[in-house]
Design a protein around this ligand. Structure first.
Ligand code: HAM
Length: 425
């Protein structure tokens, strides 16, 4: 009886070769753009002590209360698969004393993140982020530079029709008054919605503004917004940032209702959304987190960053680059008939590959007809046929599949011949 097959768990997916090429292309563009802004790559572990995230992201956030993959390891430590990269990068910054270097530390990280969310279009349990963080100053010019770099990257991969939403969510001085006013409003509006909502509102009123529940939207729309509570510093920070963005020609929309789902933010927050993404419309989220490094045991280090969701970005670029990627198709395919020819096929393939020519061959023999079928399916432009006859004569039959032409070439010539044809294309 056939064994039952084993599929992936819910909310995760395989990235097959054709798609993986689009991934590496996007990653390459990110590396190019980020390098121009002076960012270096950091690779942080996929799992950390649970405490890093509960302290860093916030005990009452959805991520920490509901979405983390947390488990005790065999030594009894509580481990969590990283749900985002910012907390890990801050930990690495502190642990490796990166603050000892002069100037702003600029780091980026690309990799998988894990959140136990309800899977739906654009929302996965393992997803990937391109994350950039700049640490060491609260100068709004850094906010502007980070946003500029983000928009340049998104443009470089061909994204258009994006909306950049910008807000300032206050600082430790002005946010408490806002939270208080919001709590008062929400308590009144959500009375009768049940104990759970009541408790959630009480614990963290700002979180309610992030609710996607359709029944909450009207209450959210009428809720007080932070702009009425900004102190001078917050108002100035946003105004200076907007001035920089205006001068750089970056289009943005001020959205005083924008809040983020992680607690470490202060001052600048932003999201990039696209109408073409449906309900999960944010392709990127980011903002300032001036106290997180200190919270994690480091020196006071104001910082700002963002993370782009790869899956959503790739969904938006579908069709932008179009067409089958050439690199997945070999250029030369070798058909070998007989034992001697098979042995020669390996030598020939190795020689062509070492010249940079993408080469494949048949395995396991078979008739001329069946091998030619495989050659045809490979998409190769040139097919080399090696039989006992050819070996004896010291030649190779070369078929040009696009022109349906066949010619005999001496074995000694074939590598140069193909290299001159293919490497100039
Ligand atoms: P975030 O808004 O939680 O922020 O995530 C950033 C982006 O990751 C989202 O805009 C979305 O594109 C993608 N994303 C999040 N969750 C999922 C999911 N379940 N499936 C697919 N894509 C998803 C952060 O993670 C912050 N660490 C960003 C940041 C960096 N702030 C400062 N520095």
């Amino acid at each position: 009886m056939a064994k039952q097959k084993i599929n992936t768990v819910r909310g995760v997916k395989d990235i097959l070769p054709e798609e993986a090429l689009r991934w590496t292309e996007v990653e390459r563009k990110a590396r190019d753009v980020f390098a121009r802004y002076g960012y270096g790559e950091i690779r942080v572990p996929a799992f950390e002590r649970t405490e890093l995230f509960s302290r860093g992201i916030g005990d009452t956030t959805d991520i920490v209360t509901k979405e983390m993959y947390t488990f005790p390891d065999k030594g009894g430590d509580s481990i969590t698969l990283r749900p985002e990269a910012t907390a890990s990068i801050c930990r690495a910054y502190v642990q490796n004393s990166l603050y000892a270097q002069a100037g702003v530390a600029k780091l980026f990280c690309i990799g998988p993140m894990f959140r136990y969310e309800r899977p739906q279009a654009g929302r996965y349990r393992q997803f990937h982020q391109i994350d950039a963080e700049a640490m060491g100053t609260d100068d709004p010019a850094l906010d502007a530079e980070v946003i500029l770099m983000l928009m340049e990257f998104l443009e470089s991969v061909g994204l258009t029709g994006l909306s950049l939403q910008l807000n300032n969510i206050g600082d430790a001085e002005c946010r408490p008054a806002y939270s208080k006013a919001l709590l008062k409003y929400l308590k009144k509006e959500t009375a009768g919605m049940g104990e759970e909502i009541g408790e959630r509102v009480e614990k963290n009123p700002l979180r309610f503004l992030d609710s996607k529940n359709p029944e909450h939207q009207e209450i959210i729309a009428r809720a007080p917004t932070i702009d009425k509570f900004w102190n001078e510093r917050c108002r100035d920070h946003l105004a200076t940032l907007c001035g920089h963005l205006d001068r750089a020609g970056v289009r943005y929309e001020k959205n005083p209702a924008l809040v983020r789902g992680l607690d470490y933010y202060c001052l600048t927050v932003f999201e990039v959304t696209s109408e073409n993404l449906g309900a999960q419309n944010a392709v990127c989220g980011g903002g300032r987190y001036d106290t997180l490094v200190e919270e994690l045991g480091g020196p006071p280090t104001p910082a700002i960053g963002f993370a782009v969701g790869m899956e959503r970005l790739l969904q938006l670029t579908e069709g932008v680059d179009g067409g089958k990627n050439k690199r997945l198709t070999v250029e030369v395919f070798i058909v070998a008939l007989g034992e001697g020819a098979e042995a020669e096929s390996l030598t020939l393939a190795t020689a062509l590959r070492s010249r940079g020519i993408r080469t494949d061959r048949t395995f396991g023999g078979g008739s001329m007809k069946s091998q030619m079928k495989r050659a045809d399916r490979s998409g190769a432009r040139y097919v080399l046929v090696l039989g006992e006859d050819e070996i004896a004569k010291g030649v190779i039959s070369l078929r040009d599949m696009t022109e349906s032409k066949q010619e005999e070439i001496s074995r000694g010539e074939v590598e140069n011949y193909l290299a001159s044809r293919l490497l100039q294309d």
